[in-house]
Design a protein. Structure first.
Ligand code: F6R
Length: 614
């Protein structure tokens, strides 16, 4: 959460920073701000709300200058208002800082500074760090880079920061711990800094992903200097970005979310490309190959994640247990890490995360690692923190996901977990050859089937119109369709603000059935398979209480079609792969309902895409 962008060089910094902040707005949009140095004067522009508010606010101001820092905020300490917006200044106003993360011991540092007579303007932890940097400079006379290093030695918590001073107007000092930070090395001796590579890719493909407790000193025309927090000089590892600009644009769609929903035939295919072959009957995930034996011998596999990624893990649990007969437990990362879980070196912990930066998931992995477990990752963002701390892992290759509500990342996560389960099942001999071949062929056919579901968009839009004013909704499913129900409910509540709950269909009669009346839409995944007849009975129970049924059914279904208020057909596939298809209409339903309710689809209130705080 929070996005940071900075530039130093010969170009105008302000337009580069504003454009970059817009790309990072998915990380938070409570406020935005920019600080610039021009003619040895430091000037800040800050505004509550989105980057566009800031732009309007600064539209008549002189925003020239070739060094600057910018921030888009997801509030942690202090209300989302103009004062708490970043950049924050030091007491004299000579130094400015942007920060993503949390300074956990900010209060004790603040008390110390208050005792020295400082007065603070904001309620933020970040301002305290900026004052500390200035206090160190005052007391020791050291330069900016050294005072930042000394200040960070006193700090506990997570940070990605960029600092500049009007007294040293030709340099940016950047540092990170637990929050991401990328340095772009420009073609003209200039430097770009951002929370991820998306604001940078337009200008250069040469990047350095900073590591924990590294400090960078960036001066135009000079090589990037990198130090550890203990002041040991390091050699920056320069990587070539593979991302291109087109994938960061909306490409003709009204919203990123809609674009990303429609990208799923391609993103699922990209995810399994080169990793399976139906004719020769193999599945191979290069990243985890060396760990498969260990996975097969493990006491159990624990999957840790948050939100949508947690739902993908629940689907993974069904697949691993049913196909590979491996015991799997799925844990909320935030609960797991604080529960003193029993883990040892025979356990395998797999973290699933789109961003690869989710603080709780990262901390859960660190805990598992400290107890000797093997830690693996399933991430979308290449080079992310989780992908770097894990022993091994598989990328989902879904491409950048900009919409805050996760869509294509979910189906790509489920695809990777399916590939893992299949590969382990084949090695363990827990699936027959014919079943294995059949599953691979079915998986290969999924992108075309997803496309067919997407073609039902007009019907789904019509159904959305009927339920857009609902106050509540229930989502039901059984087996691996239960996590799909959870995911459908999460999508609806997060972007349309309608209260929605997902339940295993049979659990409905243990409580939620009391909620059902003629105003309650009930979305049911009722595809052909093991529990079909049972789900039909659950649908009857809802109908008997006048609830409205919107059912996801297999093409050609007659039984549910006869009793449901609306059906959305999906192509027939193997039962194990149903989540990949059944999720799509639920994503589209949420999307259309949110648009009809005039909600901000790509940036729902109070949310941020990359949750880098606990
Ligand atoms: C919901 C959503 C969130 C994320 C969760 C974990 O649409 O996007 O629930 O799934 O914050 O994020 P990652 O996958 O980046 O760890």
């Amino acid at each position: 959460m929070c996005g940071i962008v900075a530039y130093v060089g010969t170009k105008e910094a302000y337009p580069i920073i504003i454009k970059g902040l817009k790309r990072l707005e998915y990380r938070g949009y409570d406020s935005a701000g920019v600080a610039l140095i021009r003619n040895n004067e430091l000037q800040s522009f800050k505004k509550q709300g989105k980057v566009s508010n800031l732009e309007e606010f600064a539209s008549d101001a002189d925003t020239s200058g070739s060094i600057g820092i910018g921030h888009t905020r997801w509030a942690t300490h202090g209300a989302p208002n103009d004062t708490n917006a970043h950049p924050h200044g030091s007491e004299s106003g000579d130094i400015a800082i942007i920060h993503n993360g949390i300074i956990e011991n900010y209060d004790s540092i603040k008390q110390e500074l208050l005792r020295k007579g400082y007065t603070f303007k904001s309620d933020t932890d970040t301002e305290v760090l900026c004052y500390l940097i200035e206090d160190i400079q005052k007391n020791t006379g050291v330069k900016l880079g050294e005072s930042v290093r000394l200040a960070l030695q006193q700090v506990h918590g997570a940070y990605a920061i960029v600092v500049m001073s009007k007294n040293e107007p030709d340099k940016l000092i950047a540092a990170r711990k637990s929050s991401p930070l990328v340095v772009g090395i420009g073609h003209d001796g200039d430097f770009y800094l951002a929370s991820d590579a998306t604001p940078i890719v337009e200008y250069t493909k040469k990047v350095v992903y900073m590591e924990d407790e590294e400090i960078a000193l960036l001066r135009p025309g000079e090589d990037m200097k990198l130090y550890s927090i203990d002041d040991v000089e390091k050699t920056p590892y320069v990587q070539e970005l593979e991302m291109n600009l087109e994938v960061l644009e909306k490409g003709g769609y009204d919203h990123f979310m809609l674009k990303e929903i429609h990208e799923q035939p391609r993103s699922i295919e990209d995810c399994f490309r080169g990793r399976l072959n139906a004719t020769d009957a193999w599945v191979s995930l290069g990243g985890i190959k060396d760990y498969e034996q260990k996975m097969m011998n493990a006491n159990r596999i624990i999957m840790v994640a948050c939100g949508t990624s947690w739902h993908a893990c629940l689907v993974g649990e069904y697949l691993f247990e049913d196909l590979a007969r491996i015991n799997v437990e799925v844990e909320y990362a935030s609960e797991f890490r604080y529960r003193n879980p029993i883990i040892d070196e025979n356990d395998i912990v797999i973290a699933v995360s789109q961003s690869g930066e989710t603080a709780d998931t990262l901390a859960a992995l660190e805990l598992a690692k400290s107890k000797g477990a093997t830690i693996l990752g399933v991430c979308n963002v290449v080079g992310s923190s989780i992908s770097r701390i894990t022993d091994a892992g598989s990328y989902t290759h879904a491409g950048p996901e900009i919409g805050v509500a996760s869509t294509k990342a979910f189906t790509a996560q489920v695809t990777v977990l399916t590939l893992m389960a299949l590969s382990l099942a084949k090695k363990k001999g827990t699936v027959s050859d014919s079943k294995f071949r059949n599953l691979i062929s079915e998986l290969e056919a999924i992108p075309a089937k997803v496309q067919r579901v997407l073609e039902k968009n007009s019907k789904i839009e019509y159904i959305s119109e009927q339920y857009k004013d609902a106050d509540n909704a229930l989502y039901l499913g059984r087996g691996s369709s239960f996590p799909v129900a959870l995911e459908g409910a999460l999508k609806l509540k997060e972007i349309s603000y309608i209260h929605a709950e997902g339940y295993p269909a049979a659990e409905m009669k243990h409580g939620p059935i009391a909620l059902i009346d003629e105003a309650m839409p009930v979305f049911v995944i009722a595809t052909k398979g093991t529990s079909y007849e049972k789900v039909v009975s659950n649908i009857q129970e809802v109908k008997a209480r006048k609830g409205k049924i919107i059912a996801i059914v297999t093409e050609g279904d007659e039984q549910v079609t006869a009793i449901a208020d609306h059906v959305i057909e999906i192509p027939e596939t193997d039962e194990h792969l149903v989540p990949l298809l059944a999720t799509i209409p639920l994503q589209l339903l949420s999307y259309h309902i949110a648009v009809m309710r005039e909600c901000n689809v790509d940036q729902p209130r109070n949310l941020a895409k990359s949750v880098t705080v606990e």
